[in-house]
Write a protein that binds this ligand. Structure first.
Ligand code: DAH
Length: 346
């Protein structure tokens, strides 16, 4: 039995060493190590070995098996062009893992587009805190504690007079306190209102605020800047309309409309001559896009400027509203649901 083992060991080593290709090696492996191979047969014949020799013979066969396995494993890489046979088992025809490349959110894109128009006019981008206090969110902007206009800017309160800012206007006051005119800035950011969520309301949305302060700023400057903005954003043929309005921080104040981007204010009649109401403007021909005005002298006083010496204009717009109009989106909630099928379209 021991001689037989030695003989098999000799021939196995020789055949493995002589195998000149992967096929020959596999043949040798099956011949010795396969399920019906010679080494397996040796194990099976252990039953005939006398109990006294059994331990020694067992050891010898085990060592033979190890030697042969090692010899096959060591030989294999050289026959498969330097590659490990195990690696070759990878099916290179399987489809790969595709990693999707993300892109900016439509709101971020719209913010960049809005700011881009003003940057081209020489404005700088400034940001401020989302957690504000009553002074900057209200008082500094001439919204007194008991004034009814405060309702329009109601917000979420945190502890100790801290709150979530309800508009980006507080950054106007923060910036003016720390900087001297002349300057032109735009202020993008998130704002918060305790509104019930529906297709056109969200408790969080985005605004872009604008502020220009210098020694001789006129209402016509405001008109010029906003007209350019509207044309760049919604197309050359867009017209603008300023309606008198009220904001505590501007005087005079205006609400700014653009000509309806769907019907352009033209009557739409069907074949029978019946007038069809435009689904966007309701037939009015105008849609509101922002609030604006000349900076109220009281605001200048609150930040330590001399209202006799400085003048300025300001404006504020809702980013979601601009994006909704520009892309024809019907529900503000789509921006925040993170549905990939929606986001992929931008
Ligand atoms: N802060 C106002 C709002 O949230 C928007 C606004 C209106 C900002 C007029 C201004 C402005 O700077 O001049 O409704």
């Amino acid at each position: 039995m021991k001689d037989k083992i030695k003989e098999i060991q000799r021939s196995a080593i020789e055949e493995i060493a002589q195998a000149s290709d992967a096929e020959a090696l596999e043949k040798a492996r099956v011949k010795y190590l396969g399920r019906k191979g010679l080494i397996t047969e040796l194990f099976k014949s252990m039953g005939g070995v006398s109990p006294a020799d059994r331990a020694e013979v067992g050891k010898l066969i085990n060592s033979l098996k190890e030697t042969a396995t090692k010899a096959v494993d060591e030989k294999a890489p050289s026959l498969s062009g330097g590659r490990d046979l195990k690696v070759q088992k990878t099916d290179i025809t399987l489809p790969g893992i595709s990693r999707e490349i993300g892109h900016r959110h439509p709101i971020s894109k719209t913010i960049e587009e809005i700011c881009g128009v003003f940057i081209s006019l020489g404005f700088k981008v400034v940001e401020g805190p989302e957690i504000e206090n009553e002074h900057y969110n209200f008082e500094a902007l001439n919204i007194p504690l008991e004034h009814p206009s405060r309702d329009a800017f109601d917000t979420f309160y945190l502890a100790d007079k801290w709150l979530l800012r309800s508009h980006t206007s507080p950054v106007q006051a923060r910036f003016m306190e720390k900087n001297k005119p002349p300057f032109s800035i735009v202020i993008p950011g998130k704002v918060y209102r305790p509104d019930a969520t529906d297709a056109s309301h969200s408790f969080m949305f985005h605004q872009v605020e604008g502020l220009v302060v210098s020694d001789n700023i006129k209402f016509s400057d405001l008109k010029g800047a906003l007209t350019l903005f509207a044309k760049q954003m919604f197309g050359e043929s867009t017209r603008m309309r300023f309606r008198p309005s009220f904001f505590p921080f501007t005087e005079p104040s205006a609400e700014v409309d653009i000509s309806c981007i769907l019907c352009s204010g033209k009557e739409v009649r069907d074949a029978q001559g019946a007038i069809h109401r435009c689904s966007l403007c309701g037939g009015k021909g105008w849609i509101e896009i922002l609030g604006a005005g000349m900076v109220n002298p009281k605001v200048f006083k609150n930040v330590g400027y001399n209202p006799e010496k400085v003048t300025g204009f300001a404006f504020g717009m809702g980013v979601e509203r601009i994006a909704i109009l520009k892309y024809g989106i019907t529900d503000i909630r789509m921006f925040f649901e993170n549905d990939i099928r929606f986001l992929r379209q931008f």
